[in-house]
Design a protein around this ligand. Sequence first.
Ligand code: SF4
Length: 226
Amino acid sequence: MPAPPDTFHVMAKPAGARCNLACRYCFYLDKAALIAPGARFRMSDEVLVAYVRQHLAAQRGPEVIFAWQGGEPTLMGVDFFEQAVALQRRYAAGRTVQNAFQTNGLLLDDAWGAFLKRENFLVGLSLDGPPPLHDLYRVDKHGQPTFERVMGGLELLKKHDVEFNTLTVVHRESARQPLEVYRFLKAIGSGFLQFIPLVERLPGGISKSRGLDHAPPPTPALMRQR
Ligand code: SF4
């Protein structure tokens, strides 16, 4: 049996499926239906301690990465992550710890900016391109566009000199305008561009397939119709 790797990645979702947005393509919000009624969508202090200890203990390399995702992790508040980095220091045993943090950017404020900078978090900002492409799917719970508010979060990151990159969903419309998307992301100062394709799910959703069945890729003829 091969030896386990020195470093492996685990993605933690401390807010579960909770989010302050309702992106039209989100595959995750309806995961709330998989949780028992009344259950908490918040990583408890006990679980946080166990997670930090076990994640550090399981890895043998000199550097350990914690990746925080959502839902929306800023819903946990700065205090939760203050606690997380304090635990990392306590259990790191001399190793370097790095934190990666994926956010939609809407709740970022000066308190977040100061914390993210001080603790050297790498922030991934979810941004789908210029306004018409971003706002096509990335809307709030009232169906309102979010581009301007995401850009406010970006300015906050820049103000505090927080290291950031961008995560961009490639959908039907943006796939037709790759240069516009690329130039926009370069112009706002994203030094590392990440892209993920939007995948359609089969109708029926959670009750039939638990949200796991995806539509097959469209045929070239269907693509032309669209
Ligand atoms: S920000 Fe992420 S988790 Fe929240 S609705 Fe949009 S895609 Fe879903």
